[in-house]
Ligand binder design. Structure first.
Ligand code: AOF
Ligand code: ZN
Length: 333
């Protein structure tokens, strides 16, 4: 069943930039002699689920062929959300067997989808490539399991460990450029992969960023920042109408912010700096991944990058840049 599940995971990723806050799911329908006779993946948020799309695909391309097994990367749902329950559809379609990658942690489902299928006499096999299926939806699973978004910290620093020039009085600050065109594009891909993006007050003041996803396909993330001393100019580009923006000014404790983001249904946040905010989060130990880009230049003095041990990180070299990546959970091969 693994080869069918691998295909489900490929299909699931086709929805990657559009389905949040829903999980990305892939489903295939298999005939009794092992041929794939229908494929589907979760439609953009609010649209039909993977299973429903797979049956629609079957009806178009293989209308006369009987379906024996449904293989799906996440437990089929059994609740009415924006769409009706997949479990009911599967039962109605007379499938003999359902093969599931991992359980749906959403308390409205959480095992009840599988139970419903079994009660209807369908054979259910679970846990096929389970870790892979969980990894694909680690953001969605984190939200439901820990009631906080999946947190990714990202910054760029010089070879001598600085992430910005020292402030020089009033007015425009000179910008330190570490990223290259290629790594900037990779950052925009990360923005597309996450529901929210966050920077500290000083970054808004110094860089006046838009924090949009312009160099990758996908939706703009929700922008998040802090403003404890009401220093932000309402004309800042972070307040443009291209994406929503959330500002925390009273309670800027990281744990409380993550709880609030979770209560808004936000399953992931990419934190792009600056140094103080990143260090506060690192000290709180509430984060899941680190992505640190180290350029080759040295500047002698500046704003120091957060202190973390890069030794355990996976290292990738992109031309002159070194990219260090660390995840709390080990990704499956
Ligand atoms: C599935 N197949 O492809 C997905 C599932 O509001 P709705 O109707 O879209 O339901 C969203 C919930 O359904 C979501 O939180 C998760 O529990 C489940 N997602 N289930 O059977 C799918 N994307
Ligand atoms: Zn469903």
């Amino acid at each position: 069943m693994e080869k069918y599940m691998r295909r489900c995971l490929q299909l699931a990723r086709l929805g990657e930039y559009y389905v949040a806050p829903n999980p990305m799911v892939g489903a295939v329908l298999v005939s009794a002699d092992g041929v794939i006779v229908g494929e589907g993946f979760t439609a953009p948020y609010g649209g039909p689920h993977a299973e429903r799309c797979a049956f629609a695909d079957h009806d178009l391309r293989f209308p006369g062929v009987a379906v024996d097994t449904l293989v799906v990367s996440l437990e089929p749902c059994c609740h009415y959300g924006k769409t009706p329950p997949c479990a009911d559809l599967i039962i109605r379609r007379g499938v003999r067997r359902v093969v599931v990658g991992c359980l749906d942690p959403n308390p409205l489902v959480a095992g009840k989808g599988i139970e419903k299928l079994r009660n209807a006499g369908i054979e259910v096999v679970t846990g096929v490539l389970e870790q892979h299926c969980q990894w694909v939806n680690r953001r969605f699973i984190c939200l439901h399991k820990h009631h906080r978004p999946y947190v990714i910290l990202k910054w760029a620093q010089t070879a001598d460990g600085f992430m910005a020039y020292l402030p020089q009085g009033e007015g425009e600050q000179p910008r330190l450029h570490v990223s290259t065109d290629l790594t900037k594009r990779l950052v925009h891909r990360m923005r597309a992969e996450n529901m929210a993006i966050m920077v500290g007050t000083q970054t808004v003041i110094n860089d006046n960023p838009r924090l949009l996803c312009t160099h990758w396909s996908g939706r703009n993330p929700i922008r998040v920042t802090l403003d404890r001393h009401h220093r932000l100019n309402p004309e800042s580009r972070i307040f443009s109408d291209e994406a929503p923006t959330i500002v925390y000014s009273d309670d800027t404790d990281w744990r409380h912010i993550t709880e609030d983001l979770a209560s808004r249904g936000i399953h992931s946040v990419l934190v792009e700096g600056g140094a103080r905010l990143l260090q506060h989060i690192i000290d709180s130990d509430i984060y899941d991944e680190l992505h640190v880009e180290v350029g080759e230049q040295t500047i002698g003095q500046g704003v120091m990058a957060p202190k973390v041990e890069l030794k355990q990180c996976r290292l990738t070299q992109i031309r002159q840049q070194r990219l260090y990546e660390w995840t709390r959970q080990t990704p499956p091969l």
